[in-house]
Each structure stands twice: as structure tokens, then as C-alpha cells.
Design a protein around this ligand. Structure first.
Ligand SMILES: Nc1ncnc2c1ncn2[C@@H]1O[C@H](COP(=O)(O)OP(=O)(O)O)[C@@H](O)[C@H]1O
Ligand SMILES: [Mg+2]
Length: 243
């Protein structure tokens, strides 16, 4: 086992076989447990493509993605799915909640998918998470009856419901007004500090990027710069993260 949470090693991605679009050209970086990093860069630079690969939703054309010491290239579809469920959480720009289900049901969904049927423990955990994101009075509201900011907070609770080591967030505040966006960002930061969950967060908002411990800048499918905030130091006062 290696100590790191994530190692991205010379990852390339191209789409198509007749008309080839080369999107990533040898991206490399490591992420330690508990890191809180922003992924920034112009539109079309490959951020979402990279997050898809890291989320094990698609495979790189070449290069390696090593998660918790495991080279994911060697895993079949089932193993990838299990790995994804145990290790990763996702938040997208559009929350992708199931509209006909309540906030509570949406947050229970990943556990339900993993374990097959609802139990009290799932319900308790989902309730606690929704309380944590400030929605204790909205547990039984359908997703469609919540505001955009509330829906995104449900999505955050859902992403954290399986206690992932790493949350991948693709413009999680991109569709929200400034105040709701700040609330969602603050929640991610709190979960990071309290539980040592690592985050890799795509954002266009320089204000939010400046509040991350590290900023990885992707331009034309290459890492142009990778800067750590000196205040974040190596570990600093943050929890060490899940072992
Ligand atoms: N499935 C796909 N097939 C072909 N090209 C794609 C596909 N997905 C993304 N691209 C192209 O890859 C480039 C990077 O896209 P994307 O990763 O979405 O960038 P970003 O998230 O930084 O805006 C764009 O030129 C986009 O058109
Ligand atoms: Mg994108």
C-alpha cells in the first residue's frame, strides 16, 4: 500500500477513433488524504474529463490512476463500481437528485444501492447529514420542492453519505447565487476539516479557489501550475484523514 490517496501519473485522454480529439496530454499529480484542492482552468481545458477519469466513470487512453495504492487499470467494471462506492463521492453542477424522491430518500440512495434495503442505521445517518447541512426541517420534502441551494446541500449530504475518502466536485456552486454558493462551499470545507475528507473541486470562482489549500491549474489538457497555500503547510492543523 502506498500512503497517498490518489496518484495521477501521465494520464492522457482522447475521444473518438476516426476524428480524434486529444483532451488530456500527460497529467500528473498526487493528492494526499485530507487535501482540499481546487482544479481551475479555462472552459474546455479538460477539467470535467479529468474528474470523470478520477471518478472511475471512464478510463484514460494511457497513464495510471492509482487510488489508495490500487492501480485502477487492473479493475473490471464490478470492482470499479465497488471501489467508487466505497472511496468516492460526487457533487456536480446540476445536483442530479431523483426528483420524485424526498431529501431523506435521496441521501439514503447510495447506501440503499450498496446494501439492498433500507434500515434504521441508514435513516439515522441520512437524517444526521441533512441536519448537518441545515435541512432538518426539509427531510421529507421532494427534491423538486426545494430551492437550488437546498438541492445542492442535499447533493452534498448524499456525496458524504458513504464516508468517502475523496469527494470530486465539478462546479458544485456554478449554478447557485453567491450566497447559496458560499454556503455550499463552507459545508465542503467543514466536512474536510472535521472528517478529513479530501476534496478536488472544479471552480471558476477565483474567490473560492483562493480559499482552497491548493490550486491545480489545467490549461489545454496540461497542468500549467500546481500551487499550495503556504498556510495549509503539510498537514498543518488539519486532521490526517481516514487511514
Ligand atoms: N465525450 C466527448 N467526446 C468528444 N469530445 C469531448 C467529449 N467530452 C469532452 N470533449 C471535449 O474535450 C474538451 C474538454 O472538455 P471538458 O473536459 O468538458 O472541459 P472543461 O470541463 O474544462 O470545460 C472539449 O474540447 C470538449 O469538447
Ligand atoms: Mg467542465
Amino acid at each position: 500500500m502506498d500512503d497517498g490517496l490518489l496518484r495521477v501519473d501521465q494520464v492522457t485522454k482522447q475521444y473518438g477513433d476516426r476524428v480524434i480529439t486529444r483532451v488530456l496530454h500527460g497529467v500528473s499529480f498526487d493528492l494526499a488524504p485530507g487535501e482540499f484542492a481546487a482544479l481551475v482552468g479555462p472552459s474546455g481545458s479538460g477539467k470535467s474529463t479529468l474528474l470523470h477519469l478520477l471518478g472511475l466513470l471512464d478510463r484514460p487512453t494511457s497513464g495510471r490512476i492509482v487510488l489508495r495504492g490500487c492501480d485502477t487499470a487492473g479493475l473490471g467494471q464490478r470492482a470499479l463500481g465497488a471501489f467508487r462506492g466505497r472511496t468516492l463521492g460526487f457533487v456536480f453542477q446540476f445536483h442530479h437528485l431523483l426528483p420524485a424522491f424526498t431529501a431523506l430518500e435521496n441521501v439514503m440512495m447510495p447506501a440503499l444501492a450498496a446494501r439492498g434495503r433500507p434500515d434504521q442505521d441508514m435513516r439515522r445517518r441520512a437524517t444526521a447529514l441533512l441536519e448537518r447541512v441545515g435541512l432538518s426541517d426539509r427531510l421529507n420534502y421532494r427534491a423538486t420542492d426545494l430551492s437550488g441551494g437546498q438541492q445542492q446541500r442535499v447533493a452534498v449530504a448524499r456525496a458524504l453519505s458513504m464516508s468517502p475518502a475523496l469527494v470530486l466536485a465539478d462546479e458544485p456552486t456554478g449554478n447557485l447565487d453567491t450566497e447559496s454558493g458560499d454556503q455550499v462551499f463552507a459545508l465542503l470545507r467543514e466536512f474536510n476539516r472535521e472528517q478529513g475528507t479530501a476534496f478536488l473541486l472544479v471552480t471558476h470562482d477565483p474567490r473560492l479557489a483562493a480559499r482552497c489549500d491548493r490550486v491545480i491549474d489545467l490549461v489545454d489538457g496540461r497542468v500549467r501550475s500546481d500551487r499550495r497555500d503556504p498556510r495549509a503547510a503539510s498537514g498543518g492543523d488539519r486532521p490526517a484523514g481516514p487511514a
